[in-house]
Design a protein around this ligand. Structure first.
Ligand SMILES: Cc1ncc(COP(=O)(O)O)c(C=O)c1O
Length: 391
């Protein structure tokens, strides 16, 4: 398989370990193990810690422990632990699904822009990939009518992502049902990357049911990374009907074999007590959203955005004559702040911002970005001034 370079990952790894204010980050401020233990009633913490430190770090149950799969299955309708495969992040879940479901020459429709894996891996397999492009007039949204024009009787798989990385757009329940019906009409499957499930935004849209719940052609991919603030566990999952999870497991025998034992145990704690984590997320999102709204309102002539309808991400449009990669590099190298270049998503003159950071870091990062924008605006107006003919 020949894969295109994962543009955003290459850019992020260049800066993320040393830039001070990472507000390009796609997740929520991560928890530590103390935070996880703190989710338990006080009387249970000591024994839970003892259980963790005494855990034998042997190989784990290959599809994920029955306990974790049962907890995850409960978050879907009519879902059994056998319908769940615990994976090394949503990234492995997507990778396995593409490789199990697709053959060279298959027709696939994938949303665009997107987390690049969602269209680059089907391309790498040799599929013909049609892109379902987000509309950007008056805010970002996907039009199911556009999808209807792309799906053909040869389509094997429709790939969607809601809430959407990088725009924060959402598909409503009615829209997702239309997507499902469309797939059904041509005998295709629908993979819905639900990495941002449970991450509601004040003033945003209500969440549709997960794709698994819509019927046998629906596949949901989830993760501990975003809604649980635990990307370091590297745990995600597939929820799929019939024997699809088992077929992905059979392929995973050749890739990573099983999830990490300790990660699985920590994930059980997190999923069991998820409402408390979601409450914490809401406080972070609410604080950062208010800060960001003020920041954008104060410099609307330079940069504008549509706050995320759900999830953590937005693609902001700036009005300066500088390519987004050059601007993002300048922000990182001179101002110590990361905002991701829109060019990594095929959207020039845009920057991706994430509202999941620590609120103090987020506000300080925006201050740094403001200084960069002010400097660029001043130098562009002085250039225009000096270019003006002398009177
Ligand atoms: C839409 C989407 N899917 C999948 C992933 C992969 O997440 P992970 O492998 O950490 O679960 C990401 C990460 O940013 C993402 O944004």
């Amino acid at each position: 398989m020949k894969l295109e370079t994962f543009a955003l990952e290459r850019w992020m790894t260049k800066y993320e370990s040393w830039v001070k204010y990472d507000i390009a980050e796609s997740g929520i401020l991560p928890l530590n193990i103390d935070d996880l233990l703190g989710l338990l009633p006080a009387g249970e913490r000591a024994s839970a810690l003892e259980k963790l430190t005494g855990l034998r770090l042997g190989y784990s149950e290959a599809p994920g422990t029955h306990e974790l799969r049962s907890l995850l299955a409960e978050t879907y309708r009519d879902c059994a632990p056998e319908n769940i495969l615990v994976t090394t992040g949503a990234i492995e879940a997507n990778f396995l699904l593409f490789n199990v479901l697709l053959d060279p020459g298959d027709h696939v429709v994938a949303c665009y822009p997107a987390y690049q894996q969602l269209y680059s891996v089907p391309r790498g397999i040799g599929c013909e990939v049609a892109l379902w492009r987000v509309r950007s007039k008056d805010g970002f949204r996907f039009d199911v009518g556009d999808l209807e024009r792309l799906v053909t009787p040869r389509t094997r798989l429709i790939v969607v992502n809601t809430p959407h990385n990088p725009t924060g757009a959402m598909l409503s329940e009615a829209e997702l049902r239309r997507v499902y019906a469309l797939a059904e009409s041509v005998g295709a499957m629908v993979l819905c990357d639900e990495a941002y499930r449970w991450l509601t935004v004040p003033g945003g849209d209500p969440f549709a049911p997960p794709m698994f719940d819509l019927g046998p052609r629906g596949i949901s991919v989830g993760t501990l990374s975003k809604p649980f603030g635990l990307p370091g566990l590297r745990l995600g999952w597939i929820a799929a009907h019939g024997d699809l999870a088992a077929r992905c497991w059979a392929m995973r025998d050749y890739v990573s074999l099983s999830p990490g034992r300790l990660s699985d145990a920590l994930a059980v704690l997190a999923v069991r007590h998820r409402e408390k984590i979601f409450e914490r997320n809401r406080a972070i999102i609410t604080a950062n959203l208010a800060t960001a709204k003020r920041w954008f309102a104060e410099r609307a002539d330079l940069i504008s955005w549509q706050p995320p309808r759900g999830g953590l991400l937005a693609l902001a449009r700036y009005h300066l004559d500088i390519p987004s990669l050059e601007l993002a590099n300048r922000l990182a190298e001179r101002y110590n702040v990361m905002l991701a270049p829109g060019s990594a998503f095929g959207f020039e003159h845009h920057l991706r911002i994430g509202i999941g950071q620590d609120p103090a870091v987020f506000a300080a990062g925006l201050d740094q970005a403001a200084a960069c924008f002010a400097e660029l605006a001043a130098s562009s107006s002085s250039r225009q001034g000096s270019a003006a003919p002398a009177e």
